[in-house]
Design a protein around this ligand. Structure first.
Ligand SMILES: [Zn+2]
Ligand SMILES: [Zn+2]
Length: 110
């Protein structure tokens, strides 16, 4: 994937409904990341990026969403699990048309 010379930052971070979080990046990009996907790709040692096949309801619902400075986001799940994503890891999970390799389609909408 393309590398940028300057570190990415998040301008806005918020919960989108009950099942996703939305991010507005410093480069103007916007991502909607489903919580289910975030939990499945949890990079902690216990999960290793491969969570259980079937996630319980409490395992994909957020208790807390906290920015950790400029470089990471902390997710505290209803089931007590804790996940820390770096911004680069979050950006890598974006599945918008642009990020999955269709740069000819501009990001539209808000
Ligand atoms: Zn984990
Ligand atoms: Zn994207």
């Amino acid at each position: 994937m393309p590398q940028t010379s300057h570190p990415l930052q998040i301008r806005d971070l918020n919960e989108v409904g009950r099942y996703a979080i939305g991010m507005h990046w410093s480069d103007g990009h916007e991502s909607i990341l489903p919580l289910d996907s975030l939990r499945r790709h949890c990079p902690c040692l216990a999960c290793g990026g491969e969570a259980a096949q079937q996630l319980a309801e409490d395992s994909r619902r957020l208790h807390q969403l906290i920015r950790l400075g400029e470089a990471a986001v902390f997710l505290n799940w209803r089931d007590g699990h804790e996940t820390i994503y770096t911004l680069a890891q979050l950006r890598a999970l974006c599945r918008c048309a642009y990020c999955v390799g269709e740069p000819d389609k501009p990001i539209t909408g808000a």
